[in-house]
Design a protein around this ligand. Structure first.
Ligand SMILES: Nc1ncnc2c1ncn2[C@@H]1O[C@H](COP(=O)(O)OP(=O)(O)OP(=O)(O)O)[C@@H](O)[C@H]1O
Ligand SMILES: [Mg+2]
Length: 477
């Protein structure tokens, strides 16, 4: 019984893939020996197995560039072994060794994943050429795979999709500035991924194990915002019935994400400026200074420079924040990212809803690429989620996309479903769709939607009730 042996011959041949390792699984000692002589001479390192069990065991313990597998092994035949190996090591090339006149088996073997076959007695030069080309292909694939992995790991941006030039530049910039403590300002329209980038900055910094604390500075009245940021001592204002830590303390050693910074009041801006300058602050109503080490990332969906010009944003704070700026381009300026984003969201929402994978029909994809996406990636995400949930088969057609995206008129869309609709039904449906579309673009924030419609919030609320519009949760992580 031959030892599982490892022999490394002299590397005499120019074409040798020096050090490449081959596993030979063959029960005939004569075959093993002649292969050993030939391949060792070529500089390959070899291991031998006499049957399937031994072969699988060795495969588990070492890595190989190629397997030479005898078709007619005793016990478990090569034909049975082949799919087992192929399943465990799908990338590993397998060349079958066959006796003359087993053409039928050979075809079957190739179907089952064998790379190639060699017939006994073989021609040495041809065998070597086949081995070389299989190993070269295998190595190229491995290399490619490793490159891809390295790229992903380098940034750990696994959940951020983007192949367009501007996004690649942003990834580079993020990778470059993430490790420092510098303040970063992220500018971009609503739904372009500002929060995602802020998280990536944190995740790629030495602070990654410390808290990432987002705070929506635009959504709160000043007093509440200040007590949220700086904390307060008991009794510092009427409702301050107990002392509370501020987010600046909670984010200590981590990152504080000040979202929608443009709408913050002037006084709060001044206080934030002070923390940015010397990383110290006081609780509301407190007397003691607190020192913190917090990295600040701020985001805005309006042009801060313009806000400064309009006298709505402090110039000094603007310069403090604007140390490094990341400008996220709107989706319509990087349409080449749309197919990959679609794919990403199709997978996410099929999984989330326990559905089999879905695909988009060609005309649906065309409509998505042509559309202008005022709500950017978030709008695209909502649109795909809706398509996945509404789909009943594997293909999502353009009929499952909102009419304003495909360019179908509201009336057409309605009439498809109900040819007997009256004018009143049609008008109601149009109103419903317009309101839903606006809400989607406003991330289901009814105050924003009412403002954009220039109607009171209460009127919008009444309409939502009357039209049976189901209110969805705001955004998602
Ligand atoms: N490049 C991207 N790859 C994958 N998902 C993305 C990308 N950009 C944005 N998204 C997704 O789109 C949604 C909106 O992103 P995010 O909340 O980061 O945007 P935002 O710019 O902060 O929006 P807003 O101004 O409305 O707060 C999120 O669900 C996010 O995961
Ligand atoms: Mg955001």
């Amino acid at each position: 019984m031959p030892e599982e042996l490892l022999t490394q011959g002299p590397s005499l041949n120019e074409n040798t893939q020096s050090g490449a390792s081959i596993l030979i699984i063959d029960d005939e000692s004569g075959i093993r020996e002649s292969l050993e002589t030939l391949l060792t001479f070529e500089g390959y390192s070899l291991r031998m197995a006499v049957d399937g069990d031994e072969g699988l065991r060795i495969l588990d313990q070492h890595s190989f560039d190629l397997v030479l597998l005898d078709l007619a092994l005793p016990g478990q035949s090569g034909m049975e072994l082949l799919p087992l190996i192929h399943e465990r090591y799908p990338e590993l090339p397998i060349i079958m060794i066959t006796a003359y006149g087993t053409v039928h088996n050979v075809v079957e073997a190739i179907r089952a994943g064998a790379e190639n076959f060699v017939q006994k007695p073989w021609d040495n030069e041809k065998l070597l050429a086949d081995i070389r080309s299989a190993i070269a292909r295998h190595r190229a694939e491995e290399e490619n795979l490793q490159l891809k992995r390295a790229l992903k790991e380098r940034y750990s941006f696994a959940n951020i999709v983007g192949k367009s030039e501007p996004m690649l530049r942003i990834f580079d910039l993020v990778a470059q500035v993430a490790p420092s403590r510098s303040t970063i300002l992220i500018q971009g329209e609503s739904g372009t991924g500002k929060e995602l980038i802020a998280k990536a900055l944190h995740a790629n910094s030495p602070r990654r194990d410390k808290p990432f604390v987002p705070v929506n500075t635009g959504a709160m009245p000043s007093e509440l915002l200040e007590s949220t940021l700086f904390g307060h001592v008991k009794g510092s204002f009427t409702s301050a019935i107990a002392s509370k830590k501020g987010l600046f303390e909670i984010a200590n050693n981590g990152t504080l994400f000040l979202d929608e910074i443009a709408t913050m009041g002037f006084d709060t801006q001044a206080k934030i400026l002070r923390v940015l300058q010397d990383r110290r602050f006081m609780h509301l109503g407190g007397v003691q200074e607190i020192q913190v080490d917090v990295r600040i990332i701020a985001a805005t969906n309006i042009d801060l420079r313009q806000a400064v010009r309009d006298g709505k944003f402090r110039e000094d704070l603007y310069y403090r924040l604007n140390v490094i700026t990341i400008d996220l381009p709107p989706l319509r300026a990087r349409r080449e990212d749309i197919p990959a984003l679609v794919q990403h969201f199709l997978e996410r929402y099929a999984k989330e809803n326990d559905l089999p994978p879905r695909k988009l029909s060609a005309d649906a994809m065309r409509a998505l690429i042509d559309y202008d996406w005022p709500g950017n990636v978030r709008e695209l995400e909502n649109c795909i989620e809706r398509g996945v949930v509404l789909s009943s088969g594997p293909i999502i057609g353009s009929d499952l996309l909102p009419g304003h995206i495909t360019g179908r008129s509201f009336q057409d869309a309605l009439l498809v479903h109900n040819p007997n609709a009256s004018l009143f039904d049609i008008l109601e449906d149009i109103e419903r769709r317009i309101i839903i579309e606006k809400l989607e673009r406003c991330n289901w924030n009814q105050t924003d939607a009412a403002e954009q419609f220039r109607i009171p919030l209460s009127t919008l609320n009444q309409k939502i009730k009357r039209l049976n519009i189901e209110i969805r949760k705001r955004g998602r992580e």
